[in-house]
Design a protein around this ligand. Structure first.
Ligand code: NDP
Length: 234
């Protein structure tokens, strides 16, 4: 049985990814900050990816069970508005960078010794890994950083035949996007008007791409970003 580790598999995009791989008979480990009920071959582990020690403890646990990891999905992330011309303090900047950039680094570093030869790392970035939005300074910095990490790590791990790619979603209906819509005081249909295909992306569409990137037919693809955004960036 193959094994996948998904950060932030408790809801939203991460949950859709965990579901897809579980349906495809993977053993699934989901890391998130809070407890969630586990089921057969789908385990939730309370692990805050901002904390290197907690991630290392998780890696030790897998090692003690003699598990190999086939796929890592760095999905967990947070967002928030932090324009520099508004006096909003520094806390959000550090928290977004810690979660969205340091988190994937901690996970890749700790799990690398367990990653199977020919395995895959998939980083969930965003369209904001490719463009800027005025009040999303930390989020854009972290997601651009995660894309840079993806490219460098792809070359770093190529010798082990481990592929490293990014999926960059546009709007997906989740708690995160709902919070953003509330902030912007815009509805889903307002936002769809800004998307050429006039719709949001489903978590399942992201999961399908992740499954492809983890599978045997994508072994020649590494260091790339797959934008799934209904044409927003085009
Ligand atoms: P949600 O807010 O719905 O879910 C975020 C997940 O991350 C939760 O499972 C949460 O679990 C987990 N998480 C947050 N912080 C931590 C942490 N420190 N350690 C471990 N887990 C954590 O977000 P989405 O599903 O919308 O987003 C998933 C990814 O997709 C993010 O990286 C986001 O930036 C990206 N994305 C989302 C888009 C969208 O429109 N929704 C668009 C583009 C990119 P818990 O609370 O239990 O810790």
């Amino acid at each position: 049985m193959k094994t996948i580790v998904v950060t932030g598999g408790s809801r939203g995009i991460g949950l859709a990814i965990a579901q897809k791989f579980w349906d495809e008979s993977y053993e699934v480990f989901c890391l998130s900050r809070f407890e969630h009920p586990s089921k057969e071959n789908w385990k939730y582990v309370k692990c805050d990816i901002r904390d290197k020690k907690q991630v290392e403890e998780f890696a030790k646990h897998l090692h003690s069970k003699q598990k190999k990891v086939d796929t890592i999905i760095n999905n967990a992330g947070i967002a928030g508005s932090n324009s520099l011309d508004v006096d909003s303090g520094d806390e959000l900047w550090y928290d977004i960078i810690a979660t969205n950039l340091h988190g994937p680094y901690h996970v890749c570093k700790a799990l690398l010794p367990l990653l199977a030869h020919g395995g895959s790392i998939i980083n969930i970035t965003s369209v904001l890994a490719h463009t800027g939005v005025p009040d999303q300074t930390a989020y854009c910095a972290a997601k651009h950083g995660l894309m840079g990490f993806t490219k460098a790590l792809a070359k770093n791990l190529a010798e082990k035949k481990i592929t490293v790619n990014a999926i960059a979603p546009g709007w997906v209906e989740t708690e995160m996007s709902q919070k953003r819509m509330d902030e912007l005081q815009l509805s889903k249909s307002d936002l769809c008007e800004m998307v050429p295909l006039k719709r949001f992306i489903n978590g399942e569409e992201i999961a399908q791409m992740a499954y492809y990137l983890a599978g045997p037919n994508s072994r020649g693809i590494t260091g790339q970003s797959f934008v799934i955004d209904g044409g927003f960036l085009s």
